[in-house]
Design a protein around this ligand. Structure first.
Ligand code: CO
Length: 189
């Protein structure tokens, strides 16, 4: 089932998400629906707050269309290590159509639970590391434009508040994805 995508600056994207405590069938189904939504939106990662659930869960699949899918869910993740600072051109399904060069890390070790509650560890490099950190930050209320230098960040926010609806419509219009905007954005429509 396709889920609605919550668009920045919806308040659910700006707050810290709660730990997952129940590993049941509905969690597995949520991950399936998130995957369907992420693939429909042509994203490589999607965090639960982006579909309106403030819980510590995200999914990532950085495989190319030619490769087999390597979808994975990360529940209650912890970043064990991040190094190799790098500048990366990031985008986000909650800021559709906006891409900016931001600072992040190209080497990450993450520990998380899978949908059954089993703990696993993963060491990641390059795009996979960048995607893991991008999604992880969503669980603490962060979006990638937070990592721009102050002036560029203000410019990006200004651009976004002006064009949020136009951009969301342009990107999601033909993809059958419904967007949820914050109340204040809705009033501007
Ligand atoms: Co994002």
């Amino acid at each position: 089932m396709l889920l609605d995508i919550y668009v920045y600056p919806h308040p659910i994207l700006l707050k810290k998400a709660e730990p997952v405590t129940v590993f049941d069938e509905s969690l597995a189904r949520l991950v399936e629906d998130m995957a369907e939504t992420m693939y429909a939106g042509l994203g490589v990662g999607l965090a639960a707050p982006q579909i309106g659930r403030s819980i510590r869960l995200f999914i990532v699949d950085t495989s190319t269309p030619e490769e087999p899918a390597r979808l994975k869910a990360y529940v209650n993740p912890k970043i064990i290590l991040k190094d190799k600072p790098v500048i990366w051109n990031e985008g986000c399904l909650s800021l559709p159509g906006l891409y900016r060069d931001v600072s992040t890390y190209a080497h990450v070790i993450i520990e998380a639970q899978d949908v059954h509650g089993e703990v696993f560890r993963e060491e990641a490099h390059e795009l996979q590391a960048v995607a893991l950190l991008h999604e992880y930050r969503h669980l603490d209320g962060g979006v990638f434009i937070d990592r721009l230098p102050p002036l560029k960040r203000r410019m990006a926010q200004k651009f976004w508040s002006k064009h949020v609806h136009r951009e969301a419509e342009r990107v999601y219009g033909d993809l059958n994805i419904h967007c949820v905007f914050s109340d204040s954005e809705d009033k501007k429509k």
